[in-house]
Structures are given as structure tokens and as C-alpha cells.
Design a protein around this ligand. Structure first.
Ligand code: ADE
Length: 428
């Protein structure tokens, strides 16, 4: 692999740019809402002269978002929001074809990951676009003097919004940030249908297992967990859901799933997928009772849901790669050995072992990103240092545009219906 390293980019292989360009165009054809925003941005330049620091998964879909920001007049630098999710061909095309400073190499170690975030922060951003809050956390923790330069930010994911709300509660947040994840046109679709499909895509690409007839355990029944569980069922798996929240557990029961604590599910599962956003969901006591050959994957943002350190300890170093992206750990002694398989080191499987969510669902997520960026910049000086929701009119407009591009028409309220809905006198 050649390495293109200049003051402006750090990518794995510049010669991959042609492939990246081709794949970015393929995704673009499935992102019509974002394309329509790009067209308007080109004309109106709402981001003119704004330094944008983007810490996102470097994928074909993200490339089209970054192209949109650039079309709106922004100076964009980008780094990866996960060490394993970068598509090196996309990073090459961003750097070479789009002139976007890009710092991302698939498989980069932790030191390089943070060095890349620092390089993006060296560009003195006025707007941050984060996925998981590592960029914002680094900025506040290591460069407090730079925080005053920020006009606003956006955050893509559940985990990132949770961290931002903790910063807000602790009065540590230094500028307004829009929780893109919480827009309906984001989490109802990206988290559910995107994660549902791309997670199984990652599991299948890594293992080529047949899902029909498998006993699959899904830990977490938020929007991501709902998507994963429903798609597993659709492929013929018998699904057990683990939850800590009684309401969500009840939802899973009434959606027709078996619900069990992990201590019980661990004995039964052949495939485990964590999507909780929390740590140590599958831990030492669970690995010990698993069936031989159990396959483990994580689709939550961080690699903390499966306690890999405990697994390493239990296996005493008896670990080997059995397929690309799959590691086998041997547990127990000679009389009772069993093997546990982990996909993609327990990092988010949909972006490590597959390509992340398909473009047509990222179309809505990234339309929210672009419009939220425009909104927060347009309110410079008016907002507090808080976490803001995407304004409802933006959410509704994205839903309308998406339906339009899908050729779907819907009914409108008649005058009488509007009047009925706004009155309280008509009853039985
Ligand atoms: N998160 C999940 N899927 C993604 C994708 N395809 N691109 C960027 N971020 C993502």
C-alpha cells in the first residue's frame, strides 16, 4: 500500500481514488434528497467561508454529504469516527478528487485515530459534525481555547447525543449542537431499517452463515435493536431479545420475541448481536456458558459491549483468525473446550465487515445533517450552549421530499377535517 501523506491528507492509498469516485457516484444516485439540497447550496452558499470539521464514518454516503457542504461554500476537513469503518477508496477520492483534507485509514490504531482528529481540529473549525462525540470531547478536553471559535455543531448518533446531554447537564458544553439522531427522519429509518439491514450484511459477509433456523440473541431493543431483531426474524432466525428497560422488554414480548436475561440467552444463542450503547453486555460469565462455535458481533457505536479483554483472559491467548474479520477464542480445558467467534474485534460490524447503511436511508440522515448545519449557522449568536433538536419543519420537509423522490403520493386534510382536528366541541 502506498501512503499519500501531505499537510492536507493522510490516507492509505491514493491509487484507489478512481474506484472511490465510481462508488461515490453510485451512492449519489440513491441520495436524491441530499442532491436537491446540494443544488440549492451551490446557488445560495449558506456555508460560505465556514471551516467545517467532520468526524464521520468515511463512506460513499459521507462523501456525498461532504460534497454538499463544500458546494455550500464550506472549507471541509474530515477524519474517521471509527478506526475500522473507513473505506480507503472513498478517503482517496475525497482527498484527490474533491480537494477535501481527509485523515482516515482503515485499521488505524488508537494513536493515529486521535492524531487524525487533532489534524482536523488544527483547521480551526467553526462547525463540528460528529458521529459519537469523540471530536467534540477532544476539542473540549484538549483545546479549550479553541471552543470559543465554534458557532455550532451537529451529532449523528444515539451514543454521541447521550454524551452531549451529559456535557450539557454538567455545564461543560461550550457551543450549541443539534442532535440529528433525534430527528424522526433519522432514527425511525436509519437506526431501524439501516442498522437492521447493514448489521446482517456485516454478519453474512464475515461468516456466510445461514440465518434461517439459527437461534439469534439481540441485546438491546431500541430502534437499532428493533431493526436487527425484525430482519433476523425475516430471515428465519429464532430471536431472543435481552433488555434492561421494562417498557422496551414489553414491546419486544408483544412484538412476538422471546425475552430473557443474558444469563439465560447466553446458553442458547448461536449468534449474538449487541446494540445497547452500554458496556460489558456480554461478559466473562456469559462466554463461559456459551455453545461451541457461538458467533458474536456488535453493532453499537463503541467496541465496549462485548468484553473482549475478559474473553482474551479466559482463552489464555488461544486465539486465531479463522476467516478475514473473524477471530476464534478457545475457552475451557482439555475436557470441556468450546470456541467463541468474534466478528470485527467487537467493533461495529455493519461498517467494519460491510459498507454501513445503504445510501437511500443515509439520504435522510445526511439531509438532516446538511440542513441542521445550515440552521445552526443561520442562528449564530442566538442559541445557548445546549443540545437542540432538529426543527420540526426541517424533519417534515425531509419526509415530504423523500416521499416525492420515491413517487409516493399521500392524502391531504380537507378543510372540514382540519377544522374538526382543531375543535373540541364535537363529541359523541
Ligand atoms: N452510519 C451507518 N451507516 C453509515 C454510512 N453508510 N455512512 C456513514 N455513516 C454511517
Amino acid at each position: 500500500m502506498s501512503s499519500a501523506r501531505s499537510t492536507k491528507s493522510d490516507i492509505a492509498d491514493a491509487s484507489l481514488s478512481g474506484l472511490g469516485r465510481q462508488r461515490i457516484a453510485w451512492a449519489d444516485a440513491n441520495m436524491p434528497v441530499l442532491a436537491s439540497i446540494r443544488k440549492r447550496f451551490e446557488r445560495d452558499l449558506p456555508l460560505k467561508g465556514v471551516n467545517v470539521a467532520a468526524c464521520l464514518h468515511i463512506t460513499t454516503e459521507t462523501a456525498n454529504l461532504l460534497r454538499t457542504l463544500k458546494a455550500g461554500g464550506a472549507n471541509v476537513s474530515a477524519c474517521a469516527s471509527n478506526p475500522l469503518s473507513t473505506q480507503d477508496d472513498v478517503a482517496a477520492s475525497l482527498a484527490l478528487d474533491e480537494g477535501i483534507s481527509t485523515y482516515a485509514i482503515k485499521g488505524e490504531d488508537q494513536a493515529t485515530y486521535y492524531r487524525h482528529i487533532d489534524l482536523v481540529l488544527d483547521g480551526h473549525p467553526m462547525l463540528t459534525m460528529d458521529d459519537g462525540c469523540d471530536l467534540v470531547s477532544r476539542l473540549h478536553g484538549e483545546r479549550p481555547d479553541q471552543v470559543a471559535e465554534l458557532i455550532g455543531g451537529t451529532e449523528e448518533t444515539t451514543t454521541g447525543v447521550i454524551r452531549l446531554r451529559a456535557m450539557e447537564a454538567g455545564k461543560a458544553l461550550g457551543y450549541p449542537i443539534v442532535a440529528v439522531n433525534d430527528a424522526d427522519t433519522k432514527h425511525l429509518f436509519d437506526n431501524r431499517y439501516g442498522t437492521g439491514q447493514s448489521t446482517l450484511d456485516g454478519v453474512i459477509r464475515a461468516t456466510n452463515i445461514l440465518l434461517a433456523g439459527k437461534t439469534a440473541v439481540v441485546a438491546g431493543y431500541g430502534f437499532c435493536g428493533k431493526g436487527v431483531a425484525s430482519r433476523l426474524r425475516g430471515m428465519g432466525a429464532q430471536v431472543i431479545v435481552c433488555e434492561i428497560n421494562p417498557l422496551r422488554a414489553l414491546e419486544a414480548v408483544m412484538d412476538g420475541f422471546r425475552v430473557e436475561p443474558m444469563s439465560a440467552a447466553a446458553r442458547e444463542g448461536e449468534l449474538f448481536i449487541t446494540v445497547t450503547g452500554n458496556r460489558d453486555v456480554i461478559a466473562a460469565e456469559h462466554f463461559q456458558v456459551m455453545r461451541d462455535g457461538a458467533i458474536l458481533a456488535n453493532s453499537g457505536h463503541f467496541d465496549i459491549e462485548i468484553d473482549i479483554k475478559a474473553l482474551e483472559k479466559l482463552s489464555g491467548g488461544r486465539r486465531r483468525e479463522v476467516r478475514p474479520m473473524v477471530e476464534e477464542y478457545v475457552l475451557g480445558d482439555g475436557s470441556g473446550e468450546h470456541r467463541v467467534m468474534v466478528i470485527a474485534e467487537g467493533r461495529l460490524v455493519n461498517l467494519s465487515a460491510a459498507e454501513g447503511h445503504p445510501a437511500s436511508v443515509m439520504d435522510m440522515s445526511f439531509a438532516n445533517q446538511a440542513l441542521a448545519a445550515e440552521w445552526v449557522l443561520s442562528r449564530k449568536g442566538e442559541l445557548e450552549n445546549r443540545v437542540y433538536n432538529v426543527p420540526a419543519h426541517i424533519d417534515a420537509e425531509i419526509a415530504r421530499l423523500k416521499l416525492d423522490t420515491m413517487g409516493v403520493q399521500i392524502d391531504r386534510l380537507t378543510e372540514a377535517q382540519e377544522e374538526y382536528l382543531s375543535s373540541w366541541t364535537t363529541g359523541t
